[in-house]
Design a protein around this ligand. Structure first.
Ligand SMILES: Cc1cc2nc3c(=O)[nH]c(=O)nc-3n(C[C@H](O)[C@H](O)[C@H](O)COP(=O)(O)OP(=O)(O)OC[C@H]3O[C@@H](n4cnc5c(N)ncnc54)[C@H](O)[C@@H]3O)c2cc1C
Length: 268
């Protein structure tokens, strides 16, 4: 991002903040539109604070599956003949027949992440990674807002006619909970697990959605001898689970956040 605020600053039709699946899908739509149009192309650029594409990497548990059909990929509902579809990706990777034979609509999340990365690489000229946006400021002509300046932490600025914010959700921690090396948000699961002690004895998972269930199962499979309890809002007590019952009594479909507490003491 080299543009400054000089008078000849280029004005983009669209600047996108964040480059997760939402703005990736938008970038693809713009690219396909520009290829097809005989008129003026839409000028668009996207700014992503991560150094490379990454979709909730801390929760990419090996056997976790997508929660929606693969047909709700980046493009199919808009353009079923797109070369950016999940089926095109599978074909490109030589996996199409194997996937069809699996008879599932719900691929592994790890594979869908690879699909996202494959798609993002095809439009990488439209994105600047390692660029955190810190401000979005109106540019006035008299009383009228004519442009918007999107300012990065580095001080660089991009001027746009339209801005699309797709910065995703923020992990939410319950009030009065202080994060520490033993208490963390679920979004950090795999990063924290890599530095976990060899023989943790107890875990408490707070939350009742799919993420909490996946985390509980993952903890059981990684540490089969450890005890694990999962709590949900409204439950009076934690319900311990055992290695024989890795996901507890119920498996609700969706959760955006949960908190994991890890205890290493046998008496804790
Ligand atoms: C573990 C997990 C599994 C999920 N599974 C599914 C599923 O199977 N199906 C489904 O439909 N949904 C699922 N979801 C819901 C999820 O919200 C969507 O899949 C998807 O991630 C939303 O895409 P997004 O681009 O809006 O947001 P995000 O994926 O959160 O992407 C936002 C991006 O913006 C960047 N960003 C944030 N702030 C800035 C800034 N200031 N400057 C620059 N960049 C910034 C972030 O780094 C990030 O890359 C899941 C969510 C989680 C946490």
């Amino acid at each position: 991002m080299s543009e400054g605020l000089a008078g000849d600053t280029p004005v983009y039709d669209l600047v996108g903040v964040g480059f997760g699946p939402s703005n990736l899908a938008l970038a693809i739509a713009v690219a396909e539109h520009n290829r097809a149009t005989t008129g003026e192309p839409v000028t668009a650029h996207f700014l992503e604070r991560q150094g490379s594409f990454g979709w909730h990497r801390g929760m990419l548990i090996d056997d976790a599956t997508m929660q929606v059909s693969f047909l709700k990929d980046l493009v199919t509902l808009r353009n079923p003949s797109s070369e950016f579809s999940f089926l095109s990706y599978l074909h490109d990777r030589g996996r199409l027949v194997e996937f069809v034979n699996h008879k599932t609509l719900f691929p592994l999340r790890v594979e869908f992440h690879d699909y996202f990365e494959w798609s993002a690489a095809k439009v990488e000229d439209m994105v600047s990674y390692g660029t955190e946006v810190v401000a979005v400021e109106p540019v006035f002509d008299g009383d009228e807002i004519v442009y918007v300046d999107v300012r990065a932490a580095s001080g660089a600025v991009m001027r746009a006619r339209n801005v699309v914010l797709a910065t995703g959700l923020r992990p939410r921690i319950p009030d009065d909970v202080e994060l520490s090396d033993r208490i963390w948000h679920n979004s950090q699961l795999l990063h924290r697990m890599s530095s976990a002690p060899n023989d943790p004895q107890r875990f408490v998972v707070v939350g009742a959605g799919q993420s909490a269930a996946e985390t509980t199962a993952h903890l059981h499979s990684t540490f089969p001898d450890a005890r694990c309890a999962r709590c949900s809002p409204g439950s009076a007590t934690a319900r311990p689970t055992t290695a024989d019952s890795p996901t507890g009594s119920s498996t609700p479909r969706r959760s955006t956040s949960s908190t994991v507490r890890r205890r290493t003491s046998r008496t804790g």
